[in-house]
Design a binder for this molecule. Structure first.
Ligand code: PGA
Length: 244
């Protein structure tokens, strides 16, 4: 795992957007997985600007959505679907055929997991994953206690995720389960960028980078990922002992 510390959220997001642009220039049919949430929002906006300015063709990429709240409809502003539609698909003019999201309204969520894993395997694996980190160390909905060996799965949400997750919703949402790519996908992806910004993420970044590798703090798996790059701003890095 590598660590890079950026001056602020903007320069961190700019660097993450550049990673996508560089990948797509070298491999137009790249398979790219994005998380939703507050952290990657600026990366998405800067990526859109760059794609327009540099006329980067993303029409041959395959997009994978990292996760979704089970039972939350795609029209709900707090859903990951809504984020992907508005921050990525519409601005980048992605076709429906290019995009792969879990249908969290499905009556058979386990089948959704099988379908997602099949897309990833059939496409030859994920080239780039851009993920955030939760206040309990989750990545996607890989909650504390999750196996490092899971592919896509349905999981009971941790108490912290249920409480913190309300920030995405206009009115209180019933959050119980999540559907998510697994940490095995993270290990097998050709490159993983874990982004974190702000002082509120400093403690979880310290545990990610310097803590014990344990499934009770899932993001610690990054330490075992030779394909992993932890990208943080100075505030999120403020508790680290490590020097860059
Ligand atoms: P955030 O979410 O980017 O909104 O902080 C991170 C996460 O819970 O994975």
């Amino acid at each position: 795992m590598q660590l890079k510390i950026y001056k602020d959220y903007h320069s961190l997001s700019d660097a993450a957007a550049n990673e996508v642009i560089e990948l797509v220039k070298n491999k137009p049919e790249a398979v790219i997985c994005f998380a939703s949430g507050e952290t990657p929002r600026l990366t998405c906006r800067l990526l859109t600007e760059k794609v327009v300015k540099e006329k980067t063709g993303m029409g041959h990429c395959t997009f994978i959505g990292l996760d979704e709240w089970v039972g939350i409809s795609p029209e709900n502003e707090g859903s990951c679907h809504y984020f992907f539609q508005h921050e990525i698909f519409k601005p980048l003019h992605f076709s429906v055929e290019q995009t792969n999201l879990f249908d969290a309204m499905s009556t058979d969520p386990d089948d959704e997991c099988k379908k997602m894993d099949k897309v990833i395997f059939d496409k030859g694996g994920i080239d780039l994953m851009i993920v955030g980190i939760g206040m309990n160390g989750h990545i996607g909905f890989n909650e504390p206690g999750v196996s490092f060996d899971n592919y896509s799965h349905v999981i009971n949400l941790d108490e912290t995720t249920i409480i913190v997750g309300q920030k995405y919703f206009k009115t209180s949402a019933t959050l119980q389960k999540g559907i998510t790519l697994g940490l095995k996908h993270l290990q097998q992806s050709k490159k993983v960028l874990l982004l974190a910004n702000g002082a509120k993420k400093a403690a979880v970044i310290k545990k990610t980078v310097e803590g014990e590798v344990t499934n009770s703090f899932p993001a610690s798996i990054m330490q075992t990922c030779s394909n992993g790059l932890v990208m943080v701003d100075e505030e999120a890095a403020s508790l680290l002992d490590l020097q860059q």
